[in-house]
Design a protein around this ligand. Sequence first.
Ligand code: ADP
Ligand code: MG
Length: 385
Amino acid sequence: MSDIRDDVRDTFAELYGAQPDGLWSAPGRVNLIGEHTDYNEGFVLPFAINRRTVLALGLRDDRRLRVGSAFADEVVEIALDELAPDALHGWSAYPLGVAWAFGQFGADLAGAPGVDIYLESTVPVGAGLSSSAAIESAVAVALNDVWQLGFDRQTLAKVGQLAENRAVGAPTGIMDQSASLLGRKDSAVFLDCRSLDSEVVPLGLAEDDLQLLIIDTGVSHDHATGGYADRRASCEKGARILGVESLRDVSVDDLPQARELLDDETFRRVRHVVTENQRVLDTVRTVREQGPTAIGPLLDASHVSMRDDFEISVPELDLAVETAQANGAIGARMTGGGFGGAAIALVSSEGVSRIQVAIDGAFAEHGFGQPTMFVVTASDGATRE
Ligand code: ADP
Ligand code: MG
């Protein structure tokens, strides 16, 4: 971390010809369990990871905003008064969209000074670890501080989500920003996506000598967007036929009756969401009562449900999960929206390298591209550095 902070400070000074007023950072996140439950007003259990966006910010004496990133060639500049979703494009829509979204939440920016921002990130892009929320959350805490807005973390999460929904145009829920803003070291964030109530749940991974291995398959399927919209539509259809506001209102005990009312495909989509909500609740209870080693079967069951009922897995994800399980993982599942992306495996520390070798070998044997694997730890949320 100290390296990237120095880098960010130095590059800021080179780029803008002045020292920054401060540094802020925010993490990416991984979802331990609770997939496709967010838009059904259900439960999720992500944690903030030890990969972060770090930004330097300097106040200006006019009302212009400039953003730069190691990832981009050009500094993007706009006047505070010109901010609007249509005026923002490309990567800069994430940081500048946050500045715009503050206004939508009633922040009085009439006297706010402009800012220069430069950022770097160690969150891989598009691996399902939410490099986007890391940027939004880092910018949100930084602007909240320097503009002295006094927003609480829950509201900052909504500001980040609005930036992503409207300025970027991605119809995502509030999980990513919540994890990035509310995360705590060695803990997960248990989020109720209906009430937006959240609770920090200590995981105790280190005490049990466990690590979470990310296996990024590198697969990104063209139909990911269509598939996501399709699944959302199935969930809405299921809720309509069952006469509930959302699938949050259906319990595991209601499933036999739901089977009578729904066509087979809709029923299986509903069953995934209903059982996944229950698995999140069970995971929280199990981790508290028995510790993290006991949650393995819940992770495994989550994968089966996504593979067979929700049908969002791909052969690469199945192979990663099966190989991890066959080589001693406590539990494993695909994570994220599906149709590609990453799997996670809960693994004893001494078993990590064996599982990595096994997965590399299995992928080569099947002619799949080499996956990227690394361990993540549960880390603190967004902060001033
Ligand atoms: P993820 O799952 O990683 O959040 P998204 O598609 O939601 O994937 O967000 C990725 C986008 O976020 C990138 O295409 C880019 O526009 C922006 N982004 C991520 N990291 C950086 C960075 N370090 N600098 C600039 N933009 C970034
Ligand atoms: Mg994202």
